[in-house]
Design a protein around this ligand. Sequence first.
Ligand SMILES: [Zn+2]
Length: 123
Amino acid sequence: MSNTIDTEEFRTLLTDERERLSKADKFLDDENPGTIEEELGEVGSGGTDNHLADTATATHDRELDAGIQEGVAQTLAEIDAALARIDAGTYGMCEMCDKPIGEERLRAIPWARFCIEDQRRVG
Ligand SMILES: [Zn+2]
């Protein structure tokens, strides 16, 4: 079975997405230059009645950003792996069963490693 996917088109998609995520990653770094302790210290010094609520909000925001940044870093790694698979000539094939992942699925997730069946299996 031949691989009919236009890998150069997906290389462009992956490269564009990589650039977009790199900027998002940098933005999150710039947004959070301090530590969580510094941020909580500022909130605590206010001494207002809703001190606890503010602290909870600051903690929540930080965890949210950290979660997003972690997701961004992981997706960047997946994109790099996908670009390496394009170079190796294995792009678009499931790493589990070696069958084509399917162009529709790749358009939704260009860095997909597995076909939809195996993705369900690995979670
Ligand atoms: Zn598979």
